[in-house]
Write a protein that binds this ligand. Structure first.
Ligand code: GLN
Length: 542
């Protein structure tokens, strides 16, 4: 008989931002290395159907799955650390759960019952937990991260659902509690009381942690460990450290050194085997001595929020490890750029990246960045909105269409070189209605894009409503812009490059979502390489 999957529930205590997502991902990686496939799901207690309509200031990046679901940025960590298949079954919000329950109620599916949190909402949550397990190929683990902090009103139905799930005994279940253990400087002491309280709160609702992972600035001493073990009612070898690390990719190594995987496997009757993580270690850092530095300017309006461009920063980092250079990211605010051109203070970096975005704020400043890169032949990588900016700048300055614009920014522009996708014209609702998920893209040969991928056909993830307006295609191509990637029928421009330029490439999709440390995205690698070449060439000239 097939063995049933094992569920690992990851909760968080005391405060938010403890890195539950990174912890869950790291454990996923360690279990995969032990030979067990993992499936992963994030449960988010907020009432939005998905984070797609939330401001990046509220929520950070919106991560898009290949099947076109807008999800929490933790799924980006799951992708970068594990091989888990991430789909619509890999995230669920309270909004989605309630929507499903209410839809069933309207259909009369509850046959006259009073519809309640228990059992109807909790049943729907449990249905989602089982749907996630269906993504597993073979016997393995389902890692369930519960957003929020234990004690929040919103997370109660989720916690109740996992309590019931364990009691039903259909699947072996383990609870991992990630908690905060503060060090009080003035007293010179590490305090376990907040952890005791958060575990008490869990126990009150019938959840008993099996493992406790302590976020600390340094490490938890033996005395504190024994205290946590005693007061939180866990076995020996159940309390682990999650110290601050400089590099997020070191979290699996830190856990591996404490042999967390043995503790997990041992509790479900499995034996751990020795594994070698040196490939991971190597892929996540530059190993050669004295690597050159590459300085990349990211020109985006959400630079102040450290998670708003999470996948993008990580993709740059993966590429820099592969190329073998130290990465320095300069975050540049396009709203501070006026019409006097790209500011001096922003110039002189080795490459510039314009991320995706929406709305007029900072738009003209980003166009100045593109103009500077095109004229001074500095590497430029435009992602989604960044490709649209490349096109508008080119139309204005090279084609002389002074009022060229995207119709997102100026509906009355006489030259809308970027216009609404025809499929978007009837769309009224904002949530989940963009062109989303993976679409095929055919590359022209030779081109910088083809050179980077080494493939003629690729598939990449999208999240946009506007597209390049093909009425201008001939004019663009005649004057030195190259459409080097299109939808297979040729109707949509997916990649645009400037021919007479070392590396100026814009893509209508989001390659950053696909990059992993062990498989950096080829376009990011090509961009970093071009930026390094630019830096070296400039050094020689000086
Ligand atoms: N706002 C642009 C569009 O909707 C770009 C979107 C993006 O950068 N993700 O087409």
């Amino acid at each position: 008989m097939d063995r049933v999957p094992i569920y690992l529930f990851v909760t968080g205590g005391v405060i938010s931002s403890l890195g539950k997502g990174l912890t869950a991902s790291s454990i996923g990686l360690l279990l995969e290395r032990q030979g067990y496939p993992v499936a992963m799901i994030k449960l988010d207690p907020y009432l939005n159907i998905d984070p797609g309509t939330m401001s990046p200031y509220q929520h950070g990046e919106v991560y898009v799955t290949t099947d076109g679901v807008e999800t929490d940025l933790d799924l980006g960590h799951y992708h970068r650390f594990t091989n888990a298949l991430l789909t619509k079954n890999s995230s669920a919000t309270a909004g989605q759960i309630y929507e499903a329950v209410l839809r069933k109620e309207r259909h009369g599916e509850y046959l006259g019952s009073t519809v309640q949190v228990i059992p109807h909402v909790t049943d729907e949550i449990k249905r989602r937990l089982r749907a996630c397990a269906a993504q597993l190929k073979g016997f393995g683990f389902v890692i369930v991260e519960i957003g929020g902090t234990v004690g929040d009103i919103e997370s109660l139905p989720f916690l109740e659902a996992i309590r019931q799930f364990r009691c039903e005994q259909t699947n072996p279940c383990l609870n991992l509690h990630v908690t905060y253990v503060p060090y009080i400087k003035s007293a010179g002491e590490t305090k376990t009381k907040p952890t005791q309280h958060s575990v008490q709160a869990l126990r009150q609702i019938g959840i008993f942690p099996d493992l406790i992972l302590c976020r600390t600035e340094t490490t938890v001493g033996e005395e504190e460990r024994a205290k946590i073990q005693l007061f939180c009612n866990v076995n020996e070898n159940s309390v682990f450290d999650l110290p601050d690390v400089d590099l997020i990719y070191d979290v699996p190594l830190v856990l591996h050194r404490q042999n967390v995987e043995a503790a997990i496997l041992g509790r479900v009757g499995l034996k751990e085997k020795p594994v070698d993580l040196s490939d991971w270690e190597q892929a996540t850092r530059v190993t050669k001595p004295h690597p050159p530095e590459v300085r990349i300017g990211v020109v985006g309006k959400y630079i102040k929020h450290q998670d708003a461009y999470k996948s993008l920063y990580e993709a740059l980092y993966h590429a820099s490890c592969k190329v073998g250079c130290k990465l320095k990211i300069e975050k540049l605010d396009p709203e501070t750029v006026d019409h006097d051109g790209f500011p001096k203070a922003f110039r002189g970096l080795d490459g510039y990246l314009i991320p995706g975005g929406f709305g007029t704020r900072g738009w003209e400043g980003k166009i100045e960045a593109a103009k500077y890169c095109r004229e001074d032949k500095v590497p430029y990588f435009g992602i989604c909105l960044g490709m649209q900016i490349l096109a508008v700048e080119f139309a204005r300055d090279v084609l002389g269409l002074k009022k060229a614009n995207s119709s997102e920014m100026d509906l009355d522009s006489p030259d809308p070189v970027i216009s609404l996708l025809s499929e978007q014209k009837q769309v009224k609702d904002l949530g989940g209605t963009m062109r989303l998920g993976v679409y095929p893209c055919h590359l022209a040969k030779p081109s910088k894009a083809y050179h980077a991928y080494g493939l003629e056909d690729v598939g990449e993830r999208h999240r946009h409503r506007y597209e390049f307006n093909n009425l201008y295609k001939a004019d663009f191509e005649k004057n030195g812009a190259r459409i080097s990637g299109t939808s297979p029928d040729g109707s949509l421009c997916e990649i645009m490059e400037i021919a007479d330029h070392p590396w100026m490439v814009g893509v209508q999709f989001h390659p950053e979502f696909a990059s992993k440390p062990i498989a950096p995205h080829p376009l990011f690698t090509a961009f970093i390489q071009a930026s390094l070449n630019h830096s070296k060439a400039r050094g020689q000239k000086a």
